[in-house]
Design a binder for this molecule. Sequence first.
Ligand SMILES: Cc1ncc(C[n+]2csc(CCOP(=O)(O)OP(=O)(O)O)c2C)c(N)n1
Length: 807
Amino acid sequence: MKKQSKQSMAEKTLSFKEFRKEILADFKLASISREASLLGRKEVLTGKAKFGIFGDGKEVAQLAMAKVFQNGDFRSGYYRDQTFALATGIATLEHLFAQLYADDNIEREPHSGGRMMNAHFSTRLIDESGEWKDHTSSKNTSADASPTASQMPRALGLALASKMYRESEVLKNENRFSNNGNEVTFATIGDSSTSEGHFWETLNAAGVLKVPLAISVWDDGYGISVPQKYQTTKENISEIVSGFQTDENGNGIDIYIVNGWDYPTLIETYTKAIYKTRTTHIPCLIHVKELTQPQGHSTSGSHERYKSKERLEWEREFDCNKKMREWIIKTAIASSDELDEIENESKKEVRDAARRALNEFNQPLKDERNELANLLEQVAAQSEFAKIILQKKDELLQMPDAIRKDALITAREILLITRHESISTRELLIDWKNEYLKRCNRIYTSQLTSESKYAALNVTEIKPQYDENAIYVNGFEVLNAFFDFQLSNNNQLIAFGEDVGRIGDVNQGFAGLQAKHGVHRVFDTGIREATIVGQGIGLAMRGLRPIAEIQYLDYLLYALQPLSDDLATLLYRSAGGQKAPLIIRTRGHRFEGIWHTGSPIGMILNSIRGINFCVPRNMTQAAGFYNTLLQSDEPALVIECLNGYRLKEKLPSNIGHFTVPLGEPEVIRNGEDITIVTYGSCCRIAEEAAEKAASVGISVEIVDVQTLLPFDVHYNIVESIKKTNRVIFLDEDVPGGASAYMMQKVLEEQNALQFLDSLPKTITAKENRGAYASDGNYFCKPNAEDVFEVVYTIMRESDPSSFPEIG
Ligand SMILES: Cc1ncc(C[n+]2csc(CCOP(=O)(O)OP(=O)(O)O)c2C)c(N)n1
């Protein structure tokens, strides 16, 4: 274990010279950060950037936090932390401005490659090939996101990873990710965002789990314009969380209160708090009060509109940089003139950094425009519209802040104007436009899913094998055998969720596996879906392979925010710098009643682009997907069929090895007359309907799409339609849900419309939620008789004499 320092700076035996040097360096950083905020706002107001949010008024507290942030530690914070980022080296001044201008260059803007608004920080946890870097030798921050408090569920998982690395026997040798669990995760949150449920859920879970999480609440009294009075009971977050205060048995959370302008006390508080959290893994909350917002919330408004004169006056008086300055002068560490000089230097450094960042951002755009201008001159030389082409070219070159879209718009305009001309240079312009579009698409849309060699689509298919005398077992026993194999062979695998530990989940997939593999491998959680997912995200970002279980699909809604905003965007928003190969396991589709029968697939599909979405029809397919996913570096949501755990399946002999490829539908019944495209529990409904159809001479082909994201990557479904010329899209989502998605994919993307002899149909559940019990199911979800009748009606339309009306 690394030696920890419990001493505050004031207590350290520094010579006065060293002491003064350190304090003046801190003062300089505070000044630099302030200047960056002031200039940043100006850049937006003068049109050089679109939007700005800054850390002014929070500088001094963040210097204190940075002092105790060590290599290996993680931050999970929000947009106010620029001083901390500068002080830890997580960001440079040039990074701040490059991000403000939306520079897509990863070297210049490594936090998000121009994808995220300014002050959204992220360190590169994986290299260009997608391999993990060594996290113990760097200062790390998980990628920020704008939804306030969304950093909290993830923070829980990042902190839990330290606990796992410290306590789990099988992880003792894992040293790329942890130094024996000595890392602290630093969460930061604004005082108003503590109103969010995520804050409370995380706080409680951190106390239960006893994880090294240090939460700093930056309290400036407002959430944009809404004062504390409307945000926080008693207008005091530390007072109302006091019930969490650690007791004599070490249960709870240590709570500290400190003023954000009090430099020496801030340093003392952070030193003490973080030392304890690091060594004991008892979480802490540091309520940093009396902070200010010298420029207001963001560039979108002005705080004079909602703060009283007295408040504004108080904010000027208690500005943390001003207070720090006063303290330095009062304690005779430096004179007012010396501090003036530091402030002047800071101004210049910031200005120079911003100019460099702006020039570097602009240069490639200029080069691209010049390239186009040259080409336009060539087109003009051959075109009868030379005058207008040259005029458009000049307008483009003279635009003061032209960006990529301006170049593309110009190229498109010229192509339109010259559409009737057959000149060779026009072909060059078409090539340029297409290449440019491709390049811009790469810049702005790449890395939604893994592009590394571990991408799920690269996993080779291995078919399940069966011994001659293979036994039939319950579906859940297939999963149980699979999870047992993986826990025995993959030390990184951890499974958790409600009822997953002691009883091995409500359907026994993990039955007996906690007893066999230990409480650090398979464990229970509280009823807290958002932080179950957040826990999984944080663990997966630190090299573990969590399977986080959401007990029923119906409760995924509680976790949809972290799935959608955090997990689904992680690789993309960090421009390939971070990944979280988390597997979410849940169970759904038809069963019993409104909240145990859900299949809101369209809603999920449209909110988790970036996450693989598997909908296996049985537990063997589910196990195959888990095998595929565990070999990949991508996240996934897997929905098992709630009514399939007690159906008999043959147990494969290669349970831990066989894989089911993603994006490859399977034809589970061959037919000639009509294709039913479906998935999950509806596969069995389709089979029943197909049997009925066969009895009247209709041959139905059933295609199980197997994964909705990705969807049929080789366009196999259209091949079935070419044969049958008729198609039904069947599922138990609402009308217009995932059935509409499948229809768009097949008819539009696969261009299947041209092969249809009958109108395409969707069969879905009703608009309402499924009612309780078997009749509820029958009348709310598609049933085999309904499906048969639709099949029959379609066939009758083309051949009424063979298929008389049934009535
Ligand atoms: C979930 C969510 N709701 C609303 C917003 C819009 N919003 C952005 S910042 C903000 C105020 C946050 O105040 P606070 O947490 O006190 O942090 P501060 O900005 O004061 O540092 C709001 C409402 C958001 N980004 N996310």
